[in-house]
Design a protein around this ligand. Structure first.
Ligand SMILES: C[S@@+](CC[C@H](N)C(=O)[O-])C[C@H]1O[C@@H](n2cnc3c(N)ncnc32)[C@H](O)[C@@H]1O
Length: 191
């Protein structure tokens, strides 16, 4: 059973920091790629200039679009100041799509990452495998868990292929799960 918000205080703290860095909530257009039932929205996004949330589950809220975020993003990727990528486990493919598709020059991204668990169990998806050249190791290979920090750094540096660089970053480990880490990033895209 997946937990929607293992440490909601940390998530809220990061998002408040991001909104401040981006000129305040009322100046920000926010896209939540994993909107869930709206806990984060209700905690930090009620005052934002514009809001949209993608969610697989049916949620009866005015700014929610039901469906697969990979599909919904293709038509709704542009014009956002903050991309919220609050995934259960793997935010990396969708984060890369946001960077590829956005037309914003300076923007924020909130990420919830469960890659530590994936590395531990050896169940790492094809996107991350390909980006970190992990294809040679199969099965249960907790072997590379100790490189978690470096792998995250490589995944973030890989956004350079879309002209994206990091201006500021904050990281908080979930206090309730050692498998989950939260990142807040202020980014620039030159392209
Ligand atoms: C960590 S929870 C998000 C919590 C949410 N941000 C909140 O405020 O409570 C992850 C959510 O992503 C949704 N989800 C998972 N895969 C998805 C996909 N491909 N497209 C859209 N939503 C997805 C799940 O149904 C779940 O509600």
């Amino acid at each position: 059973m997946s937990t929607d918000n293992s440490d909601i205080e940390a998530k809220v703290l990061l998002r408040r920091w991001l909104l401040d860095e981006l000129g305040g909530a009322t100046n920000c257009n926010v896209l939540e790629c994993y909107g869930g039932l709206g806990h984060i929205h209700d905690a930090v996004y009620t005052e934002v200039k514009k809001h949209m949330a993608f969610e697989l589950r049916k949620v009866n809220r005015p700014t929610w679009l039901q469906g697969d975020n990979r599909v919904l993003l293709t038509k709704n990727a542009k014009g956002w100041d903050l991309y919220d990528v609050d995934a259960y486990a793997d935010p990396w493919r969708l984060a890369a799509s946001c960077h590829r598709l956005t037309d914003s020059k300076r923007y924020g991204m909130a990420i919830t990452d469960g890659l530590f668990r994936s590395l531990n169990t050896g169940v790492v998806n094809g996107f991350v495998r390909q980006r970190i050249s992990y294809n040679g190791i199969t099965g249960n290979s907790g072997l590379i868990t100790r490189w978690y920090e470096d792998i995250v750094k490589w995944l973030i540096q890989d956004w350079g292929r879309y002209g994206v660089s990091v201006e500021k970053a904050k990281k908080i480990k979930s206090k309730n799960s050692h498998l989950v880490t939260y990142y807040g990033l202020i980014l620039r895209k030159d392209a």
